[in-house]
Design a protein around this ligand. Structure first.
Ligand code: DI6
Ligand code: FE
Length: 411
């Protein structure tokens, strides 16, 4: 498999083509130069792939899915917030801890002090945990640097991490996450800096694939986010938004207004917000790990999302404060148990719809021409992927046609 070419035989392929899992039994999957070359029933495999037969892998009926895509993470950070976990268990809430100097700013202090090498070293095991769970592409946000050098540093580390692990990484400049201490009394100064200095610098360096903001009562207002999004638009950068997680600030409608790739969380989005997402073609990203961690009770408007045909994605939101979750499959499980997604919706949410939430058309399904990103599972049915709570990991994970993790079981 190391030449980025290969052939899988006798696989149960979940292609994710069509409206469901796109199951194909006794399937074959051929790839060359890191791209999928052919997918179909094994008996129909064309002769032109005969050269791959000698080294073909007989999966003996293993389930094969597209590589999973974690489309919302804050995977790069230093320090730990286990102390805040303890405080919350004693009854303090997230907003009060943030107001007392903890929360995001605690991670900003640790991240600024860490240096890029230490940030990479801390992030690698988190990424490896995701990969063992079938992930071949992940999005990583900045937002714990909150000055020029530290924000660009986080994005550089994200790029290095993708190269080091051989997986896809998409970077997002989370420019409005919290007000940095230097601007504690100058909100407008920080928005100006983000729009006029930070975004252009990240864009010039090619370090940001998208721009994000935390639009929330405890964070930034829609008017502030609107200024940031206008600056992103002027630079040709797509936007995403942390929207309506703890209250309805009209985040979904704001995301839609700027044609955002995704609106994330959206527990409190109202009917008009959901309708706006539908009209804009914006993906709804559900983050049950944060909902679980904060003990939230307000459910995202799943029925309305379905009624409007809005693509639903599911992600870990891996972050040190509200979602210390390094398993996309557990996020899928939580999306089913907590939000009542079907297992098929959860799988679509971690593949085809997650790709869309990142603006990526070259992955998330098993189809010719797409990246050869896939995972082999010791599972009989796709529903098993969301069914387990921390169950068996992937048997094998392949990204760009190359094996990135070898599980315990030999193929
Ligand atoms: N994503 C975020 O950026 C915030 N919540 C969320 O879901 C806060 C992250 C943090 O507390 O560090
Ligand atoms: Fe987040």
């Amino acid at each position: 498999m190391n030449a980025a070419c290969g052939l899988l035989l006798h696989a149960r392929l979940a292609t994710l083509e069509g409206d469901d899992c796109g199951l194909l039994d006794d399937g074959a999957l051929a790839w060359r130069d890191g791209r999928i070359a052919w997918v179909g029933a094994g008996r129909d495999l064309p002769r032109e792939f005969d050269d791959l037969r000698d080294d073909a892998i007989d999966t003996r009926g293993a389930l094969v899915t597209p590589g999973l895509i974690d489309c919302h993470t804050h995977l790069i950070f230093a320090g730990s917030r286990a102390d805040e976990f303890e405080r919350r268990l004693q009854g303090e809430n997230y907003a009060a801890i943030a107001a007392s100097g903890g929360g995001i700013l605690a991670t900003v202090r640790a991240t600024r002090a860490a240096g890029e090498e230490a940030l990479l070293a801390a992030a690698l095991p988190r990424a490896r945990a995701l990969i063992a769970d079938g992930v071949t592409t992940l999005e990583i946000k900045s937002g714990y640097g909150l000055d020029l050098a530290a924000e660009l540093g986080m994005l550089r580390v994200a790029r290095h991490l993708g190269a080091e692990l051989g997986i896809g990484v998409r970077t997002t400049l989370l420019a409005l996450h919290a007000l940095p201490p230097e601007f504690a009394h100058d909100r407008n100064g920080w928005i100006d800096f983000a729009c006029d200095t930070l975004l252009p610098a990240a864009a010039r360096a090619g370090l940001a694939d998208a721009v994000d903001a935390f639009c929330e009562g405890i964070a930034f207002t829609p008017a502030e986010v609107r200024r940031l999004f206008a600056a992103a638009r002027a630079l040709g950068l797509p936007v995403k938004l942390h929207a309506d997680q703890l209250g309805d600030s009209g985040g979904a409608a704001l995301a839609a207004e700027f044609g955002a790739l995704s609106a994330d969380h959206i527990e409190y989005s109202d009917a008009a917000g959901v309708a706006a997402l539908a009209a804009a073609g914006t993906v709804a990203v559900l983050l049950p790990g944060a909902f679980y961690t904060l003990g939230e009770t307000r459910l995202p408007p799943v029925a309305a999302l379905r009624a409007h045909g809005i693509p639903i994605a599911v992600a870990t939101d891996l972050n040190p404060g509200t979602s210390p979750l390094a398993s996309l499959r557990l996020a899928m499980n939580m999306a089913c148990t907590l939000f009542r997604l079907t297992p098929t919706e959860a799988l679509r949410g971690a593949t085809v719809n997650a790709a869309r939430a990142l603006g990526l058309a070259d992955r998330g399904r098993l189809a010719p021409g797409l990246r050869a990103d896939f995972a082999l599972w010791d599972a009989g049915h796709p529903a098993e992927l969301a069914y387990w709570i921390a169950g068996p990991r992937a048997r094998q994970v392949v990204a760009g046609g190359r094996r990135v993790v070898i599980g315990n079981a030999a193929p």
